[in-house]
Design a protein around this ligand. Structure first.
Ligand SMILES: Nc1ncnc2c1ncn2[C@@H]1O[C@H](COP(=O)(O)OP(=O)(O)OP(=O)(O)O)[C@@H](O)[C@H]1O
Ligand SMILES: [Mg+2]
Length: 221
């Protein structure tokens, strides 16, 4: 569960968010929509605790923004996966190495890592490219690898900030389908997007943002 209680963020020259109250239950797929500058990325950054609220409280699973420390944020990020518009892969490392890296850092056994990474790369449909350098993949493939890397530690929530922003329509559909599949398997997904055509028929909750506020919170059954 992710919960915002009276959360505001003041940036130096602008207000990022104003008095946000919202909950994102486990296993739910939520779409964050709204014009550029409306606060979508700020909302997501609060969840992976890249920034702290100026006032109010953000609770993410067992963690609270009231009691953050570098060590706690490191632990929190085992439970929160993040993907960005620009993928942020290590281009001269292979698909396998990119996905394995978070597990290597955590000190998992080689055997566990091999099994886990191969399973996930199979799920994203890139087993044939497992030894290919990330920088030589298509953009759609790069985003699928970034998603694999974000879920390799079995997070309870996956955040996606404009994950299809750099992709053509066909790759966007593939990436969105992958996020849907991950959600079906039990991970909450919170996705900020401008791509209204892509999400048009998706049966997911829509959270509309406008000038740092939530203007609409539409549940879809
Ligand atoms: N690091 C920052 N420093 C100062 N102001 C910021 C910072 N990040 C965001 N802002 C401001 O906060 C507001 C919300 O920005 P945010 O990036 O959350 O919007 P967004 O909805 O993600 O926009 P976009 O659709 O363009 O990605 C904007 O007015 C923006 O200029
Ligand atoms: Mg943004």
């Amino acid at each position: 569960m992710v919960k915002f209680e009276n959360v505001s963020v003041d940036y130096l020259y602008s207000e990022g968010l104003k008095d946000i109250n919202i909950e994102f239950p486990d296993k739910e797929f939520s779409l964050i929509l709204g014009a550029t500058g409306s606060g979508k990325s700020t909302l997501l950054r609060l969840i992976y605790m890249d920034i702290e609220p100026t006032s109010g409280i953000v609770e993410v699973g067992q963690w609270s923004s009231r009691k953050v420390s570098a060590r706690k944020i490191k632990k929190l990020r085992r439970s929160v996966g993040v993907v960005f518009q620009d993928f942020r892969l290590i281009e001269n490392m292979s698909v396998y190495e990119n996905v394995a890296l978070p597990l290597i850092i955590e000190g998992y056994s080689r055997k566990y890592i091999k099994r886990k990474v191969e399973t996930i790369i199979d799920e994203i449909g890139l087993l044939d490219s497992i030894n290919q350098k990330a920088g030589t993949l298509s953009k759609g493939e790069e985003q699928r690898v970034a998603i694999a890397r974000a879920i390799v530690k079995n997070p309870f929530v996956l955040l996606a900030d404009e994950p299809t922003g750099n992709l053509d329509p066909e790759s966007s559909v593939t990436v969105f389908n992958l996020l849907k599949k991950i959600n079906k398997l039990g991970t909450a997904v919170i996705m900020a997007t401008h791509d209204y055509l892509l999400i048009k028929d998706a049966p997911y909750r829509r959270v509309m943002m406008d000038c740092g506020r939530i203007s609409e919170n539409q549940e879809i059954e």
